[in-house]
Design a protein around this ligand. Structure first.
Ligand code: NDP
Ligand code: 8X3
Length: 254
């Protein structure tokens, strides 16, 4: 590969982010990997040792000052970020809105909306400086497009991700920076374990007997988006496993 290419991935400690780290490394990209669980980042860095340069950052995306400091402190070798993968995020409390703690709604907004916005804001000058070929890949969800019970604020945060992605494109016109809302359906990661606050049986039963997307599937989509010819922008990719579809509308009856 002639040009050194750097990907900045949030939420690299599990699921899509971790799979993306491996996949981009296989293709020679240098990596900036962040997340809150530093021991997992260290293990990932060890696993990638000798393949590509890796810089790890213990980072909670909800802390906008820490985000700014992390971006400002990127070592020179990692400073020219070409692909920002805004992947860190979570769902909580898959139950009716009226039963959910306000704190859980706030955590989702702070992470999926405010965290994603902070990281984007901090890296925009870098991406614009990189220019043609740079990408912002925002991880949305089918929940940002389609309503379902128990999605409440989670789906709303992902609708924000979609619209923010589109709106960013308007402002970035002329800079060469692409923006994509990558919106997966059901995928087997630690997502449901987090959503149910550690209920392994609930997580296992959701994925049992079907064929969900894998983290690798989504990592490949991220890579595809990041390596398109410079003149192409995919606005949104919504991807479901074949074994997932919509339900009829629900009707309340006497
Ligand atoms: P995982 O739970 O496996 O991974 C989530 C990642 O986000 C972890 O690395 C976690 O790292 C990180 N994260 C969560 N909160 C924060 C925070 N405050 N600061 C920094 N990092 C954080 O789930 P997925 O890989 O499935 O999820 C990745 C993204 O994909 C999320 O945005 C999710 O909403 C979205 N998504 C998932 C789908 C699915 O079915 N799995 C489908 C559609 C979208 P750590 O805890 O170490 O900080
Ligand atoms: C998560 C995918 O199907 O649980 O964003 O809404 S789903």
């Amino acid at each position: 590969m002639s040009e050194k290419q750097v990907a900045f991935i949030t939420g690299a400690t599990s699921g899509f982010g971790e799979a993306a780290a491996h996949y981009f490394a296989e293709h020679g990209w240098s990596l900036v990997l962040s997340g809150r669980r530093f021991s997992r980042l260290e293990a990932l860095k060890d696993a990638l040792a000798g393949k590509v340069p890796v810089h790890i950052i213990e980072l909670d995306v909800r802390d906008s000052d820490a985000v700014k400091t992390a971006v400002a402190g990127l070592p020179e070798e990692f400073a020219d970020v070409k692909a920002l993968i805004n992947n860190a995020g979570l769902a909580l409390s898959p139950m009716p809105s009226q039963k959910v703690d306000l704190e859980d709604w706030q955590t989702m907004i702070d992470t999926n909306v405010k965290g994603l916005v902070s990281v984007t804001h901090a890296l925009l000058p870098t991406l614009i400086k990189h220019g043609a070929g740079a990408s912002i890949i925002n991880i949305g969800s089918i929940a940002g497009q389609w309503p379902y019970p128990g999605s409440h604020v989670y789906g709303a945060t992902k609708a924000f991700v979609k619209q923010f992605s589109y709106n960013l494109r308007c402002d970035l016109l002329g800079t060469g920076v692409r923006v994509t809302d990558l919106a997966p359906g059901i995928a087997e990661t630690e997502f449901t374990l987090v959503r149910t606050k550690g209920d392994q049986a609930a997580s296992d039963s959701l994925y049992r007997g079907t064929t969900p997307l894998s983290a690798q599937d989504i990592a490949e989509q991220m890579y595809y988006i990041a390596t398109l010819p410079d003149h192409m922008n995919i606005n949104r990719i919504e991807v479901m496993p074949v074994r997932q579809a919509w339900n009829p509308f629900a009707i309340d009856r006497d």
